[in-house]
Design a protein around this ligand. Structure first.
Ligand code: ADE
Ligand code: ZN
Length: 338
């Protein structure tokens, strides 16, 4: 069906800044990889599995997400996973992507750090060469695990520093405040990694405050709950700290009751550097374009708003300034012609 807004979003150049590579594992690919690795799954088919994708909160999702990742054993599995995602980026006009990976999800199962990162990295190199998509890789510590495990993961990452731009913090937020990871983030910063953290998805505004003050992050992943604290909002606006929002994720994990309740429009009006992304698209029913479109329709984002969100995505990226400028010019030219 003809949808002019969908066409506009399709051709808008975009950067994806909040994307867990393990969350792009589509049921069909999960089944294919499970089969070739001889791993039994609890579901008879990809369709059966999809029926289980109903979540009441973040933890219910994470339980299934960590189960799904167990099919990934070999370098080629991580390559295929990443390449499949990059092909979708090419289709959706995502020209630059900054990808989270969760090494502890794999090293805890006995998979070598080297296996994980080498498969992802080889796909990112092929993605740039074959599809023209630039990328960065961000290592996330799992916050439900002890600080000591994060330190060990950081140690394992050091030989691969050239391939890893930054570190983040993800997994079960409630009860695992950023303060638990202040020391490991300090060490990561000293090693030259850029710092960011999931905060204010399910957790309170005080977790965002902790991420800023104790972890010294330069980007907040989600950050929805900042709106509960007016002083915090003012600081985020003043410092232009990016908030990488994921509306379909918020809907599926019951962070919001309906998409019309998503705060992105209010955030733009307040001058926050909000951006839109897909988080775990294989689980939440859509990649970046579906996030743009469904949110636009639900909260009434204009083409100007959508262009602004795309510009923000490049501003908030870790691209060098001249490359940011090129893409921002292209978005402006594109929007002026529409
Ligand atoms: N890991 C994968 N997706 C996540 C999310 N939305 N929040 C926290 N951890 C995650
Ligand atoms: Zn996330």
């Amino acid at each position: 069906m003809n949808n002019p807004l969908a066409d506009f979003i399709q051709d808008l150049p975009k950067a994806e800044l909040h994307l867990h590579i393990e969350g792009t594992l589509e049921p069909e690919l999960m089944f294919a990889i499970a089969k070739r690795n001889g791993i039994p799954l609890d579901f008879a088919s990809a369709d059966e599995l999809k029926k289980a994708y109903r979540f009441n909160n973040l933890q219910e999702f994470l339980d299934i997400y960590y189960l799904g990742a167990k099919v990934l054993l070999h370098e080629v599995d991580f390559y295929d996973l990443t390449m499949a995602y990059l092909n979708t980026c090419a289709v959706q006009n995502v020209v630059h992507t900054e990808i989270f990976f969760d090494p502890q999800t794999h090293t805890e199962r006995g998979i070598a750090f080297d296996t994980v990162i080498r498969g992802i990295r080889r796909a990112l190199e092929d993605g740039e060469r074959q599809l023209g998509i630039t990328s960065r890789l961000i290592l996330c510590f799992l916050r439900h695990l002890p600080e000591e495990a994060a330190f060990q993961t950081l140690e394992e990452a050091l030989p691969y520093k050239e391939w890893i731009t930054g570190v983040g913090l993800d997994s079960s937020e409630l009860g695992n405040p950023p303060s638990r990871f202040a020391r490991v983030f300090r060490k990561a910063g000293e090693e030259g990694f850029l710092l960011m953290a999931h905060a204010g998805e399910e957790g309170p505004a005080s977790y965002i405050r902790e991420a800023l003050d104790l972890l010294q992050v330069i980007r907040i992943d989600h950050g929805n709950r900042c709106l509960d604290d007016e002083d915090l909002v003012q600081e985020l606006v003043l410092r232009q700290i990016p908030l990488t929002l994921c509306p379909l994720s918020n809907l599926e994990l019951k962070v919001i009751r309906q998409l019309a309740d998503h705060p992105v429009k209010e955030m733009l009006e307040k001058g926050l550097l909000a951006t839109l992304h897909s988080d775990d698209p294989a689980y939440f029913g859509g990649y970046i374009n579906e996030n743009y479109l469904r949110t636009a329709e639900a909260v009434g984002l204009t083409r100007h708003d959508l262009g602004q969100l795309a510009i923000h995505s490049f501003q908030a990226s870790f691209l060098p300034d001249p490359e940011k400028e090129i893409w921002i010019d292209r978005v402006n030219t594109y929007c002026a012609a529409c």
